[in-house]
Design a protein around this ligand. Structure first.
Ligand SMILES: NC(=O)c1ccc[n+]([C@@H]2O[C@H](COP(=O)([O-])OP(=O)(O)OC[C@H]3O[C@@H](n4cnc5c(N)ncnc54)[C@H](OP(=O)(O)O)[C@@H]3O)[C@@H](O)[C@H]2O)c1
Length: 345
Protein backbone atom coordinates (compact mmCIF):
# COMPACT_ATOMS: atom_id res chain seq x y z
CA UNK A 1 0.00 0.00 0.00
CA UNK A 2 1.27 3.50 -0.81
CA UNK A 3 2.23 5.69 2.17
CA UNK A 4 -0.84 7.15 3.91
CA UNK A 5 -1.58 10.48 5.57
CA UNK A 6 -4.41 12.05 7.56
CA UNK A 7 -6.76 14.46 5.79
CA UNK A 8 -9.87 16.44 6.70
CA UNK A 9 -12.38 15.45 4.05
CA UNK A 10 -15.83 16.66 3.02
CA UNK A 11 -17.54 13.40 2.04
CA UNK A 12 -20.44 14.96 0.11
CA UNK A 13 -21.97 18.28 -0.91
CA UNK A 14 -23.01 20.26 2.18
CA UNK A 15 -21.87 17.35 4.37
CA UNK A 16 -19.81 17.55 7.56
CA UNK A 17 -16.04 17.34 7.75
CA UNK A 18 -14.52 13.97 8.70
CA UNK A 19 -11.00 12.92 9.54
CA UNK A 20 -9.85 10.29 7.06
CA UNK A 21 -6.72 8.84 5.53
CA UNK A 22 -5.54 8.94 1.95
CA UNK A 23 -2.43 8.26 -0.10
CA UNK A 24 0.44 10.70 -0.15
CA UNK A 25 0.68 11.83 -3.80
CA UNK A 26 3.89 11.93 -5.87
CA UNK A 27 5.00 15.18 -7.49
CA UNK A 28 4.62 15.47 -11.25
CA UNK A 29 6.67 17.77 -13.50
CA UNK A 30 6.97 21.26 -12.02
CA UNK A 31 5.53 20.16 -8.67
CA UNK A 32 6.81 19.68 -5.12
CA UNK A 33 5.65 17.32 -2.40
CA UNK A 34 5.33 19.33 0.81
CA UNK A 35 4.88 18.08 4.38
CA UNK A 36 2.42 20.67 5.72
CA UNK A 37 3.36 22.27 9.05
CA UNK A 38 0.82 25.13 8.93
CA UNK A 39 -2.39 25.57 6.95
CA UNK A 40 -4.34 28.81 7.23
CA UNK A 41 -8.13 29.10 6.98
CA UNK A 42 -10.02 31.37 4.59
CA UNK A 43 -13.68 32.42 4.29
CA UNK A 44 -13.85 30.55 0.97
CA UNK A 45 -13.34 27.27 2.88
CA UNK A 46 -16.60 27.53 4.82
CA UNK A 47 -18.37 28.85 1.72
CA UNK A 48 -17.19 25.81 -0.24
CA UNK A 49 -18.40 23.54 2.56
CA UNK A 50 -21.79 25.25 2.82
CA UNK A 51 -22.56 25.69 -0.88
CA UNK A 52 -20.33 23.34 -2.87
CA UNK A 53 -18.91 26.28 -4.85
CA UNK A 54 -15.68 25.43 -6.73
CA UNK A 55 -15.94 21.76 -5.67
CA UNK A 56 -15.99 19.40 -8.64
CA UNK A 57 -15.51 16.04 -6.86
CA UNK A 58 -16.34 14.47 -3.50
CA UNK A 59 -14.84 13.51 -1.17
CA UNK A 60 -13.21 16.95 -1.28
CA UNK A 61 -10.24 18.34 0.62
CA UNK A 62 -10.15 22.11 1.11
CA UNK A 63 -7.54 24.65 2.18
CA UNK A 64 -5.49 27.02 0.01
CA UNK A 65 -2.86 28.51 2.37
CA UNK A 66 0.08 26.15 2.79
CA UNK A 67 3.43 26.27 4.60
CA UNK A 68 5.74 23.31 5.16
CA UNK A 69 8.87 21.43 4.19
CA UNK A 70 9.74 20.09 0.73
CA UNK A 71 9.88 16.28 0.81
CA UNK A 72 10.44 15.63 -2.89
CA UNK A 73 10.70 17.59 -6.13
CA UNK A 74 9.21 16.67 -9.51
CA UNK A 75 10.89 16.68 -12.88
CA UNK A 76 12.16 20.03 -14.09
CA UNK A 77 12.01 21.81 -10.71
CA UNK A 78 15.20 23.84 -10.38
CA UNK A 79 14.70 26.34 -7.57
CA UNK A 80 13.71 24.03 -4.72
CA UNK A 81 15.22 21.01 -3.01
CA UNK A 82 14.25 18.54 -0.30
CA UNK A 83 14.30 20.22 3.10
CA UNK A 84 13.42 23.75 1.90
CA UNK A 85 10.84 25.60 4.03
CA UNK A 86 8.17 26.90 1.65
CA UNK A 87 4.79 28.61 1.37
CA UNK A 88 2.37 28.00 -1.50
CA UNK A 89 -1.06 28.84 -2.86
CA UNK A 90 -3.15 25.68 -3.09
CA UNK A 91 -5.60 24.83 -5.86
CA UNK A 92 -9.16 23.52 -5.77
CA UNK A 93 -8.14 19.91 -6.36
CA UNK A 94 -7.50 17.33 -3.63
CA UNK A 95 -3.79 16.72 -4.23
CA UNK A 96 -3.05 20.46 -3.98
CA UNK A 97 -4.83 21.53 -0.80
CA UNK A 98 -3.94 22.45 2.76
CA UNK A 99 -6.25 20.51 5.07
CA UNK A 100 -4.11 17.37 5.03
CA UNK A 101 -0.63 16.38 6.16
CA UNK A 102 1.06 16.29 2.75
CA UNK A 103 0.23 18.14 -0.47
CA UNK A 104 1.63 18.81 -3.88
CA UNK A 105 2.39 22.43 -4.74
CA UNK A 106 3.14 24.04 -8.08
CA UNK A 107 6.69 25.38 -8.09
CA UNK A 108 5.69 28.62 -9.90
CA UNK A 109 3.32 29.50 -7.03
CA UNK A 110 5.61 28.38 -4.22
CA UNK A 111 8.30 30.46 -2.49
CA UNK A 112 10.96 29.85 0.15
CA UNK A 113 10.23 31.09 3.66
CA UNK A 114 12.92 33.46 4.96
CA UNK A 115 14.58 32.26 8.19
CA UNK A 116 13.05 35.19 10.10
CA UNK A 117 9.52 33.83 9.61
CA UNK A 118 7.74 30.80 11.07
CA UNK A 119 5.56 28.35 9.15
CA UNK A 120 2.56 29.96 10.87
CA UNK A 121 3.59 33.44 9.67
CA UNK A 122 4.11 32.16 6.15
CA UNK A 123 0.78 30.30 5.94
CA UNK A 124 -1.09 33.59 6.37
CA UNK A 125 0.30 35.00 3.13
CA UNK A 126 -0.65 33.19 -0.12
CA UNK A 127 -4.41 33.72 -0.57
CA UNK A 128 -4.55 37.17 1.01
CA UNK A 129 -1.58 38.45 -0.96
CA UNK A 130 -2.75 36.97 -4.27
CA UNK A 131 -6.23 38.43 -3.78
CA UNK A 132 -4.82 41.86 -3.04
CA UNK A 133 -2.48 41.78 -5.99
CA UNK A 134 -4.91 40.40 -8.56
CA UNK A 135 -7.38 43.10 -7.44
CA UNK A 136 -4.88 45.89 -7.94
CA UNK A 137 -2.79 44.67 -10.87
CA UNK A 138 -4.91 42.04 -12.64
CA UNK A 139 -5.98 43.12 -16.14
CA UNK A 140 -8.97 40.78 -16.25
CA UNK A 141 -9.87 40.43 -12.56
CA UNK A 142 -8.57 43.71 -11.15
CA UNK A 143 -7.98 47.42 -11.64
CA UNK A 144 -5.12 46.69 -14.06
CA UNK A 145 -2.58 49.15 -12.68
CA UNK A 146 1.04 48.40 -13.52
CA UNK A 147 2.79 46.20 -10.92
CA UNK A 148 5.46 48.39 -9.29
CA UNK A 149 8.11 45.65 -9.32
CA UNK A 150 7.97 45.50 -13.13
CA UNK A 151 8.74 49.16 -13.81
CA UNK A 152 11.30 51.75 -12.84
CA UNK A 153 11.06 53.66 -9.59
CA UNK A 154 9.59 57.14 -9.84
CA UNK A 155 6.98 55.87 -12.26
CA UNK A 156 4.53 54.79 -9.55
CA UNK A 157 1.06 55.90 -8.50
CA UNK A 158 2.60 58.66 -6.39
CA UNK A 159 0.27 61.10 -4.72
CA UNK A 160 -2.84 59.29 -5.88
CA UNK A 161 -5.24 58.45 -3.09
CA UNK A 162 -6.64 54.97 -2.60
CA UNK A 163 -9.40 53.77 -0.27
CA UNK A 164 -9.22 50.23 1.11
CA UNK A 165 -12.40 49.21 2.89
CA UNK A 166 -11.78 46.53 5.52
CA UNK A 167 -8.07 47.15 6.11
CA UNK A 168 -7.85 44.74 9.05
CA UNK A 169 -9.05 41.78 6.99
CA UNK A 170 -6.40 39.49 5.63
CA UNK A 171 -6.99 40.67 2.06
CA UNK A 172 -7.27 44.31 3.13
CA UNK A 173 -3.98 44.25 5.02
CA UNK A 174 -2.11 42.96 1.97
CA UNK A 175 -3.91 45.52 -0.23
CA UNK A 176 -2.63 48.27 2.09
CA UNK A 177 0.93 46.95 1.81
CA UNK A 178 0.79 46.67 -1.98
CA UNK A 179 -0.77 50.15 -2.21
CA UNK A 180 2.25 51.42 -0.29
CA UNK A 181 4.59 49.54 -2.65
CA UNK A 182 2.78 51.14 -5.60
CA UNK A 183 3.28 54.60 -4.13
CA UNK A 184 -0.36 55.50 -3.45
CA UNK A 185 -0.82 58.36 -1.00
CA UNK A 186 -2.86 58.84 1.10
CA UNK A 187 -3.82 55.23 1.88
CA UNK A 188 -7.22 55.52 3.52
CA UNK A 189 -8.77 52.55 5.28
CA UNK A 190 -11.66 51.45 7.49
CA UNK A 191 -11.82 48.86 10.29
CA UNK A 192 -13.00 48.57 13.88
CA UNK A 193 -11.38 51.13 16.16
CA UNK A 194 -9.55 48.33 17.99
CA UNK A 195 -7.61 47.63 14.77
CA UNK A 196 -6.38 51.17 14.09
CA UNK A 197 -2.78 50.45 15.15
CA UNK A 198 -2.76 47.23 13.14
CA UNK A 199 -3.74 48.91 9.87
CA UNK A 200 -1.42 51.86 10.44
CA UNK A 201 1.46 49.41 10.95
CA UNK A 202 0.67 47.84 7.58
CA UNK A 203 0.96 51.28 5.97
CA UNK A 204 -2.45 52.97 6.13
CA UNK A 205 -1.99 56.73 6.45
CA UNK A 206 -5.58 57.57 7.38
CA UNK A 207 -7.89 55.43 9.48
CA UNK A 208 -11.69 55.60 9.86
CA UNK A 209 -14.23 53.66 11.85
CA UNK A 210 -15.96 51.05 9.67
CA UNK A 211 -19.36 52.28 10.89
CA UNK A 212 -19.15 55.67 9.16
CA UNK A 213 -21.62 56.17 6.30
CA UNK A 214 -20.44 56.93 2.78
CA UNK A 215 -21.36 60.60 3.25
CA UNK A 216 -19.51 60.85 6.57
CA UNK A 217 -16.43 59.18 5.11
CA UNK A 218 -16.54 61.44 2.04
CA UNK A 219 -16.70 64.53 4.23
CA UNK A 220 -13.83 63.30 6.41
CA UNK A 221 -11.63 62.46 3.39
CA UNK A 222 -12.29 65.85 1.75
CA UNK A 223 -10.58 67.50 4.71
CA UNK A 224 -7.16 66.17 3.69
CA UNK A 225 -7.35 65.48 -0.06
CA UNK A 226 -9.31 66.88 -2.97
CA UNK A 227 -7.76 64.48 -5.48
CA UNK A 228 -10.31 62.19 -7.13
CA UNK A 229 -10.43 58.67 -5.70
CA UNK A 230 -9.89 56.51 -8.75
CA UNK A 231 -9.58 53.19 -6.92
CA UNK A 232 -11.61 51.87 -4.02
CA UNK A 233 -10.54 48.37 -2.98
CA UNK A 234 -13.40 46.84 -1.02
CA UNK A 235 -11.87 43.83 0.74
CA UNK A 236 -15.17 43.11 2.53
CA UNK A 237 -17.59 43.64 -0.41
CA UNK A 238 -20.81 43.22 1.55
CA UNK A 239 -23.69 45.32 0.11
CA UNK A 240 -23.14 48.01 2.76
CA UNK A 241 -19.41 48.42 2.06
CA UNK A 242 -19.99 48.35 -1.71
CA UNK A 243 -22.43 51.28 -1.33
CA UNK A 244 -19.86 53.21 0.67
CA UNK A 245 -17.18 52.50 -1.92
CA UNK A 246 -19.46 53.48 -4.80
CA UNK A 247 -20.21 56.80 -3.14
CA UNK A 248 -16.53 57.61 -2.66
CA UNK A 249 -15.45 56.63 -6.16
CA UNK A 250 -14.56 59.30 -8.75
CA UNK A 251 -16.12 59.33 -12.21
CA UNK A 252 -14.26 56.74 -14.31
CA UNK A 253 -12.87 55.16 -11.14
CA UNK A 254 -12.77 51.42 -10.40
CA UNK A 255 -14.39 49.67 -7.47
CA UNK A 256 -12.44 46.46 -6.79
CA UNK A 257 -14.58 43.75 -5.21
CA UNK A 258 -13.80 40.43 -3.54
CA UNK A 259 -17.43 39.25 -3.81
CA UNK A 260 -20.21 39.60 -6.40
CA UNK A 261 -21.29 43.14 -7.20
CA UNK A 262 -24.44 44.51 -5.64
CA UNK A 263 -23.89 47.97 -7.15
CA UNK A 264 -24.34 48.48 -10.89
CA UNK A 265 -21.68 49.82 -13.23
CA UNK A 266 -22.51 53.21 -14.74
CA UNK A 267 -23.93 52.77 -18.23
CA UNK A 268 -21.58 53.52 -21.10
CA UNK A 269 -18.66 55.26 -19.50
CA UNK A 270 -18.25 55.98 -15.85
CA UNK A 271 -17.48 54.06 -12.70
CA UNK A 272 -16.36 50.48 -13.29
CA UNK A 273 -16.34 47.31 -11.23
CA UNK A 274 -13.47 44.83 -11.12
CA UNK A 275 -14.44 41.55 -9.53
CA UNK A 276 -11.51 39.52 -8.30
CA UNK A 277 -10.87 35.87 -8.98
CA UNK A 278 -7.64 35.37 -7.11
CA UNK A 279 -6.53 31.93 -8.23
CA UNK A 280 -3.06 31.95 -9.79
CA UNK A 281 -4.12 28.85 -11.76
CA UNK A 282 -6.42 30.64 -14.25
CA UNK A 283 -4.69 31.75 -17.47
CA UNK A 284 -5.76 35.38 -16.92
CA UNK A 285 -3.64 35.55 -13.71
CA UNK A 286 -0.77 33.32 -14.82
CA UNK A 287 1.78 35.92 -15.92
CA UNK A 288 1.05 38.30 -13.03
CA UNK A 289 1.21 35.59 -10.37
CA UNK A 290 4.35 33.94 -11.76
CA UNK A 291 5.99 37.33 -11.63
CA UNK A 292 4.76 38.16 -8.11
CA UNK A 293 5.59 34.71 -6.68
CA UNK A 294 9.17 35.19 -7.86
CA UNK A 295 9.23 38.24 -5.54
CA UNK A 296 7.58 36.72 -2.46
CA UNK A 297 10.72 35.46 -0.67
CA UNK A 298 12.41 38.87 -1.14
CA UNK A 299 9.32 40.82 -0.05
CA UNK A 300 9.00 38.72 3.09
CA UNK A 301 12.67 38.82 4.01
CA UNK A 302 12.90 42.59 3.50
CA UNK A 303 9.63 43.24 5.32
CA UNK A 304 8.00 44.82 2.25
CA UNK A 305 5.17 42.40 2.91
CA UNK A 306 4.44 41.49 6.52
CA UNK A 307 2.33 38.44 7.33
CA UNK A 308 -1.01 38.72 9.12
CA UNK A 309 -1.30 38.23 12.85
CA UNK A 310 -2.33 34.65 13.51
CA UNK A 311 -3.92 32.35 16.06
CA UNK A 312 -3.03 28.65 16.16
CA UNK A 313 -6.00 26.30 16.47
CA UNK A 314 -5.81 23.26 18.78
CA UNK A 315 -6.18 19.58 17.72
CA UNK A 316 -4.45 19.57 14.36
CA UNK A 317 -6.75 19.14 11.36
CA UNK A 318 -9.85 18.73 13.55
CA UNK A 319 -9.38 22.25 14.92
CA UNK A 320 -10.23 23.58 11.46
CA UNK A 321 -13.90 22.66 11.93
CA UNK A 322 -14.43 25.02 14.88
CA UNK A 323 -12.21 27.67 13.28
CA UNK A 324 -14.37 27.83 10.16
CA UNK A 325 -17.50 28.11 12.34
CA UNK A 326 -16.03 31.13 14.13
CA UNK A 327 -15.10 32.67 10.81
CA UNK A 328 -18.62 32.18 9.48
CA UNK A 329 -20.04 33.87 12.58
CA UNK A 330 -17.87 36.94 11.91
CA UNK A 331 -15.82 36.38 15.07
CA UNK A 332 -12.42 36.82 13.43
CA UNK A 333 -10.89 40.28 13.66
CA UNK A 334 -7.46 41.30 12.39
CA UNK A 335 -6.11 37.77 12.52
CA UNK A 336 -5.73 34.59 10.50
CA UNK A 337 -6.53 31.18 11.93
CA UNK A 338 -3.83 28.54 11.41
CA UNK A 339 -3.96 24.76 11.90
CA UNK A 340 -1.06 22.32 12.43
CA UNK A 341 -1.89 19.16 10.41
CA UNK A 342 1.01 17.21 11.92
CA UNK A 343 -0.58 17.56 15.39
CA UNK A 344 -3.66 15.58 14.32
CA UNK A 345 -4.38 12.71 16.76
N1 LIG B 1 -12.73 36.80 -5.03
C1 LIG B 1 -11.71 36.11 -4.54
O1 LIG B 1 -10.95 35.47 -5.28
C2 LIG B 1 -11.47 36.14 -3.06
C3 LIG B 1 -10.25 35.69 -2.53
C4 LIG B 1 -10.04 35.77 -1.16
C5 LIG B 1 -11.04 36.28 -0.33
N2 LIG B 1 -12.24 36.63 -0.88
C6 LIG B 1 -13.31 37.17 -0.02
O2 LIG B 1 -12.84 38.38 0.53
C7 LIG B 1 -13.45 38.61 1.79
C8 LIG B 1 -12.36 38.93 2.81
O3 LIG B 1 -11.56 37.78 3.04
P1 LIG B 1 -10.48 37.79 4.22
O4 LIG B 1 -9.80 36.49 4.22
O5 LIG B 1 -9.67 39.02 4.12
O6 LIG B 1 -11.46 37.87 5.48
P2 LIG B 1 -11.14 38.02 7.02
O7 LIG B 1 -9.74 38.45 7.26
O8 LIG B 1 -11.58 36.80 7.73
O9 LIG B 1 -12.17 39.21 7.39
C9 LIG B 1 -12.36 39.59 8.72
C10 LIG B 1 -12.21 41.10 8.79
O10 LIG B 1 -13.28 41.71 8.07
C11 LIG B 1 -13.44 43.00 8.60
N3 LIG B 1 -14.78 43.54 8.34
C12 LIG B 1 -15.95 42.87 8.39
N4 LIG B 1 -16.96 43.71 8.08
C13 LIG B 1 -16.42 44.94 7.84
C14 LIG B 1 -16.94 46.22 7.49
N5 LIG B 1 -18.25 46.41 7.33
N6 LIG B 1 -16.08 47.24 7.30
C15 LIG B 1 -14.75 47.06 7.46
N7 LIG B 1 -14.18 45.87 7.83
C16 LIG B 1 -15.01 44.84 8.02
C17 LIG B 1 -13.22 42.82 10.11
O11 LIG B 1 -12.70 44.05 10.55
P3 LIG B 1 -12.76 44.58 12.07
O12 LIG B 1 -12.63 43.37 12.94
O13 LIG B 1 -11.63 45.54 12.16
O14 LIG B 1 -14.10 45.22 12.21
C18 LIG B 1 -12.23 41.64 10.19
O15 LIG B 1 -10.91 42.04 10.54
C19 LIG B 1 -14.24 37.32 2.11
O16 LIG B 1 -15.60 37.51 1.78
C20 LIG B 1 -13.63 36.30 1.17
O17 LIG B 1 -14.50 35.23 0.86
C21 LIG B 1 -12.47 36.59 -2.21
Amino acid sequence: MSPQQKALILPKKQGNFELSSRSIPSPGPGQLLVKIQSAALNPVDYKMKDTGMFVTHYPAILGSDIAGVVEAVGEGVKNFRKGDRVLAHGAFTNDLTGFQQYTLTVASFTAKIPSSLSFDNAATVPVGLDTALVGLYGKEYGAGITPPWTKSAGDHESKKPIVILGGSSSVGSYAIQLARLSGFYPIITTASNSNEDLVRNFGATHFFDRNLSGQQLKAAISKFTDSPIEIVYDAVSLPETQSVGWELLAENGTLVLTLYATVKEDEGKGRKIAQIFASPYVPQNDELCRSSWSMVEKWLSEGTIQPNNHEVLPNGLEGIIGGLERMKLGQISGTKLVAHPQETQ
